[in-house]
Design a protein around this ligand. Structure first.
Ligand SMILES: [Zn+2]
Length: 404
């Protein structure tokens, strides 16, 4: 790495550019006065950074919103340019995938979905994702930069290189899925992969039910069960990125076998196969459990003991992490809506009183899009570190390249 005053100043300037852009991304429209206060920089420095981000095509002027004018001269605001850079986010489920074009600021512009065929080699899945990516990119402005692709995976993803080490419900071991998708697209663009629950937590923290809350757990029900944990504002990842596999907490000493090789894991009781069996759903409907529960207006009797076990397991989660919020995502969203009192009672049985007193169970602020938007946030991360470098890596003619 080069050193020297000039390079350091350049690094600081790029860092400030990224930080200012993140403020606009997080807040939507924001005034220069607010940016001056939040970043602790003087007005002329903020003005210069704003001008450069405008020149880069990332933000634009906005007249102050009527309700936000304070006494005195209103401060000119800035906002994300709607025809500016975007990412493609992929929520890879167990039997289907959702792909969206997401702009800076978190707006979903277009989305497409398709079934994912069973495929231990992952090539068919890669080809399906590539088709969906082409669909959403074809609708983007012709010269808007594609910054990158983010993929949420229901499994263990190695942080260092994005390798899918194990996605049990897809039957995948050590799959370099990022390379497979890029090969299917014949495109060289930054691509990042992450665990679905981790990304759900990230999105809910940034723009969902946990904005301003720095200790939270996002529980994901996506056939299997996992958690994304944020403690003190930082993602809890573990040494390789595998932290949060709460589905394999020991739950029932007399419980049945788990795919992990153990017995009586929490997932064997509250995982989608167990719930589907209790509801007598056909095996091929397991991955659709969220939709099945969503269509119910009252909870069937069989669901109530499962909801209590959901709460009991959450008791262990609350005892370990002491979060202020637990967000129930995936099929736990409709399950919690149907059986709130049973879940709460189960939690009460197992959580220590002081930890229980400070926790709130809630539904995702982003509904079914938490994981998808978390994948988008992951793909956007480099532009908030160094917008100049990120734009240099972006593809500016993606619709034409992908159509050919
Ligand atoms: Zn297990």
């Amino acid at each position: 790495m080069r050193t020297g005053t000039g390079t350091n100043q350049e690094a600081v300037r790029r860092h400030n550019l990224g930080t200012l852009l993140r403020h606009v991304h997080d807040s939507g429209e924001v005034s220069r006065a607010e940016l001056t206060g939040r970043m602790g920089l003087n007005r002329s420095t903020i003005a210069a950074l704003v001008t450069e981000l405008e020149t880069l095509g990332l933000i634009e002027h906005a007249s102050p919103a009527a309700g936000r004018r304070s006494a005195g001269r209103p401060s000119a605001g800035v906002r994300i340019r709607e025809d500016g850079p975007y990412v493609v986010a992929v929520d890879l489920g167990v039997d289907h995938a959702v792909v969206a074009r997401v702009g800076l600021g978190g707006r979903i512009w277009h989305r497409a979905a398709a079934p994912i065929p069973p495929d231990p080699e992952a090539w068919l899945a890669g080809s399906t994702i590539a088709t969906l990516v082409r669909q959403v990119v074809s609708l983007s402005p012709a010269d808007a930069p594609l910054l990158g692709i983010g993929i949420a995976v229901p499994g263990l993803v190695r942080r260092s290189d994005g390798l899918i080490r194990h996605a049990p419900n897809l039957g995948w071991h050590d799959v370099s899925f990022g390379s497979i998708v890029l090969a299917a697209l014949a495109l060289d663009v930054p691509i990042a992969l992450g665990n679905d629950a981790d990304l759900g937590a990230l999105a809910e923290h940034r723009r969902g039910a946990a904005v301003g809350i720095d200790d939270l757990v996002y529980l994901s029900g996506n056939v299997g069960v996992g958690a994304g944990v944020i403690i003190g504002g930082n993602r809890l990842e573990g040494v390789a990125g595998y932290a949060g596999e709460v589905g394999h907490l020991h739950h029932d000493p007399r419980g049945g076998p788990c795919h992990c090789g153990s017995r009586g894991c929490w997932e064997t009781v509250v995982g989608a196969p167990a719930i589907a069996e209790a509801l007598r759903c056909p095996a091929d409907q397991v991955a659709r459990l969220g939709e099945i529960l969503d269509a119910m207006t009252t909870a069937p009797r069989e669901l109530r003991p499962i909801a209590a076990d959901l709460g009991r397991g959450l008791g262990a989660v609350v005892n370990i992490f002491n979060p202020s919020v637990v967000i129930l995502g995936g099929y736990f969203l409709p399950l919690f809506r149907l059986c709130r009192s049973e879940v709460t009672a189960g939690l009460g049985e197992r959580a220590l009183v002081p930890a229980r007193e400070s926790v709130r169970l809630c539904l995702p602020g982003l509904g079914n899009d938490s994981v998808l938007l978390g994948a988008a946030e992951m793909a956007m991360e480099p532009v908030f570190v160094d917008p100049v470098a990120s734009l240099a890596d972006a593809i500016t003619d993606a619709p034409a390249r992908l159509a050919g």
